[in-house]
Each structure stands twice: as structure tokens, then as C-alpha cells.
Ligand binder design. Structure first.
Ligand code: FAD
Length: 404
């Protein structure tokens, strides 16, 4: 008997899962995605700045046996095991991999949605590039001091653009102080003006309005195009389909990535909240979660118990233009260590990491099941720490037992 697995979303998690599922000859895999190519989302700041096109053909990264349907899922009917797509088409499934990723969040800031330019999706970055190309001399205000904001600010400044960075909180909040100093030095060398401690409270057509900490004053407008890089939010599809999600909208799962509402649905990547304790939204997590999601489905088909999630982190690599980067090393539980790498070695590491993401998808497409899944028991420690710090977080039914 054949099994049909439907994968929603062809990002890092979805493509990895789809490829791995082709391990079994009796599994048919259909992948639904709005575009007929793979988007290297971690290079979207490069797409915006014109230093990379950030796409790969599916022929390079996807197993030939995976059937691609270009479209967007609009609703999941859990009881009927069917997914509705734009244009009223419907697809049935035996198992569903929910890997629809995330998009930019406006953080509730008035005017951000209307006047700011996000960089979080392929469409966002393409539009941003068009706007910037139309006005090569216009200054840019980058809102957000996290990795995406830093990468955008540096990439554009290196190409000669006047850039002001409004971090909102401290620059690179994940970093320890030594790595942060390296990042700030590089931004200064590129001529980026960093408005430390400043917050954007509104966006207007002529620029971003700052809160000086006391009185909001229209004189505090930073003129220029406002580029929004102040965080991601998950797709709303799970919630609007009546599936249980965390507060942000990620699909709530147990530690095997199985939805709390249906053992026929597994989630991976930015869209998943295992035990209500999601991993950092990152490509670093999306690839192994995609593998885990596929392994869970394959285990169920084989009639064996799926393994629990155990995904160690390594750090955070941030590019600062084409000639700069910082690698902040971290514990397997995703806590920054003192050690970091800068200079030419960091530039090399960052580019190698970007290439390796596409390389690992291509390898899994050619030889499904060949990608090694790292494991370090790090996840159990993260759950234990989260439970201790926030007693309100209740591990989901079926979640891995947490040893205090
Ligand atoms: C500029 C930038 C730089 C980044 N740099 C890094 C980095 O250096 N390191 C790192 O670890 N992370 C980085 N990230 C974050 C990283 O890109 C994401 O965390 C990662 O892409 C998540 O992978 P995913 O597979 O869950 O989702 P995505 O890669 O977002 O893929 C989701 C896919 O699902 C599709 N989709 C959405 N809705 C539907 C629907 N309803 N039906 C069908 N398909 C749908 C989307 O179009 C997309 O193709 C960066 C992000 C940005 C924007």
C-alpha cells in the first residue's frame, strides 16, 4: 500500500523533509510552495542589495521523485485529511508536514506595514531591491538590531548607501560583548550611523519617527527609506485551520514534532513549537527539524516509535557585508559563549555555512537519508531550564520526559 505525504512549504525544513521522505519507495511526496524554485532565505539581504539572487532551481536541491504543486495552502481540514489551496484546488494526504516558515513582523508599530519595507520573504526582498535601485542616492534607515538588521545595514553600506541603524534594543542581543564590539567596529568602518537605544514608534512616508525616551516629537524623524528587520512571525495557517498553536502562531507539537491535534501532522522549522518551547527561528534549526519531521513520519509508517527531538546549536554567524562577518560561538543549548571568530576566517566560515545549507539539501536529494542528524541531549537541558524559569510553560502531552 502506498502512503501519500504532503509537505507544505519549500524552505529549508520542507525541502529537507521532502527529500528524506523519498527514502521509502512506497511513499509518494507532494510539495506545495508558492514558487517553482527554492529561495535561499538567509541571502535575502544580498538579494535586496544586489550581491546575490538568492534562488536555486528545484532541480538542484529537490529529489526528482518529489512532485511540486505551485500554490499556497489556505486551510487544513484535519478530519478529512485535506488541504485547500488558492484557486479552490484541494489535496488529500496520509501525513502532512507543516513547514510554512515565517514572515516579517511589524511588531504592532503604526505605519510599519504601510510605509516600511520588510526583507523577510522573497517578495519583500525583490520589492526592496526595486525600490532601492530606483533611487540609488536615497538614505536608508534599518530598523532592528538583530542579525537580519545588521546584515542588511552592512550589506547596503558596503555598496555605498548611507545607512542609519535603529536597533530598538542593544545591537546583536544574542552576542556576548566581545563579538558585539567586533560588529560595531565593522559597522563604524562602513559608515553606518548606529542610534544606540533608539526605538522607532511610527513609520511615515518620509521616514521613521523615533521615541527619544521621553517625549515623542515629530522633529525626531530619520528621513529616508525605512527598511524593516525587527523580527519574524510564523504563518497564521495553523491557527486559522483550528489547530493548536503557541501564542505566536507556531503549530504546537510534542517532542517528535507531531501536532497535539493529529498524529498525521508533523511540523518543522520556524512554524513549529515543540512542547511550546520553540527553537530559535533559524536555518540552523530548520534543516535538522526537517530531517526529524521526515523521520517521525517514516517511523509511523514503519510502525515504530519516533525519536524525540534533540538538536544542538553551534552559534550565530552574521555577515557584515561581503568583506566582514562575526561568528558568535554558543553552547549546544543555544547560549552564547565568550568565544567568537572575526576577520577573514569569519567571512570564510559564513560563506561556507551558506553554501553548506544548499549542499546538504542537494546531497539529501541525491541520497535520501544520508545527512547525519546531530544529537547531544541538548534539548532535554533546554526544556528543563525553561520549565524551571517559567513554571507556566507546561510540556505538551507526549513530550519527552524532562529530568530536572
Ligand atoms: C535576511 C535574512 C537572513 C537570515 N540569515 C540567517 C542566518 O544567517 N542563519 C540562520 O540560521 N537563519 C537565518 N535567517 C532565518 C532563516 O532564513 C529562517 O529561520 C529559515 O528560513 C526558516 O526555514 P523554514 O524552512 O522554516 O521556513 P522558510 O525558509 O521561510 O520557508 C517556508 C516556505 O514555505 C512557503 N509558504 C509559506 N506559506 C505557505 C503556504 N500557506 N502554503 C505553501 N507554502 C507556503 C514559503 O513561501 C517558503 O518557501 C535569515 C532570515 C532572513 C530574512
Amino acid at each position: 500500500m502506498r502512503t501519500h505525504v504532503l509537505v507544505l512549504g519549500a524552505g529549508y525544513a520542507g525541502v529537507m523533509a521532502a527529500n528524506r521522505l523519498t527514502r521509502r519507495d512506497d511513499v509518494d511526496v507532494t510539495l506545495v510552495n508558492p514558487r517553482d524554485h527554492f529561495v535561499e532565505r538567509i541571502r535575502l539581504h544580498q538579494l535586496a542589495a544586489g550581491t546575490h539572487d538568492a534562488v536555486q532551481p528545484f532541480a538542484r536541491v529537490l529529489a526528482p521523485r518529489v512532485r511540486v504543486v505551485v500554490g499556497e495552502a489556505t486551510a487544513i481540514d484535519v478530519d478529512a485529511r485535506r488541504v485547500r489551496l488558492t484557486g479552490r484546488e484541494e489535496l488529500g494526504y496520509d501525513y502532512l508536514v507543516y513547514a510554512v516558515g515565517s514572515r516579517g513582523s511589524d511588531g504592532g508599530v503604526p505605519g510599519a506595514r504601510e510605509h516600511a519595507l520588510p526583507v523577510s520573504t522573497f517578495d519583500d526582498a525583490t520589492r526592496l531591491r526595486r525600490v532601492l535601485d530606483d533611487d540609488p542616492g536615497a538614505p536608508v534607515v534599518v530598523v532592528g538590531g538583530g542579525p537580519t538588521g545588521l546584515e542588511c545595514a552592512a550589506e547596503l553600506a558596503e555598496r555605498g548607501r548611507a545607512v542609519t541603524l535603529v536597533p530598538g534594543h542593544e545591537v546583536a542581543p544574542y552576542f556576548r560583548e566581545p563579538a558585539r564590539r567586533v560588529a560595531l567596529r565593522r559597522l563604524a568602518r562602513l559608515g553606518v550611523t548606529v542610534l544606540a537605544g533608539a526605538h522607532v514608534v511610527r513609520v511615515r512616508a518620509d521616514g521613521a519617527v523615533l521615541d527619544d525616551g521621553a517625549v515623542l516629537d515629530d522633529g525626531a524623524v530619520v528621513p529616508g527609506r525605512t527598511l524593516w528587520a525587527a523580527g519574524f512571525e510564523p504563518s497564521g495557517l495553523a491557527r486559522s485551520s483550528g489547530l493548536r498553536t503557541d501564542a505566536a502562531g507556531r503549530l504546537l507539537t510534542d517532542e517528535t514534532l507531531t501536532s497535539l491535534d493529529s498524529d498525521r501532522i508533523v511540523a518543522a522549522g520556524d512554524a513549529a513549537a515543540p512542547s511550546g518551547v520553540p527553537q530559535r527561528m533559524s536555518c540552523q534549526a530548520a534543516l535538522p527539524l526537517g530531517m526529524r519531521a521526515a523521520d517521525t513520519v517514516l517511523a509511523r509508517i514503519a510502525g515504530v516509535t519516533p525519536a524525540a527531538l534533540d538538536n544542538p546549536f553551534a552559534g550565530q554567524c552574521v555577515s557584515l557585508g561581503r568583506a566582514g562577518a562575526v561568528v558568535q560561538l554558543a553552547s549546544t543549548q543555544d547560549v552564547a559563549r565568550r568565544a567568537h571568530v572575526g576577520g577573514a576566517v569569519a567571512v570564510w566560515v559564513k560563506e561556507a555555512v551558506c553554501r553548506s545549507t544548499v549542499g546538504s539539501l542537494a546531497r539529501e536529494a541525491r541520497r535520501p537519508g544520508s545527512t547525519w542528524l546531530p544529537s547531544s541531549r541538548a534539548r532535554r537541558r533546554v526544556l528543563a531550564r525553561t520549565a524551571a524559569a517559567a513554571p507556566a510553560v507546561t510540556p505538551a502531552p507526549g513530550a519527552a520526559k524532562v529530568d530536572a
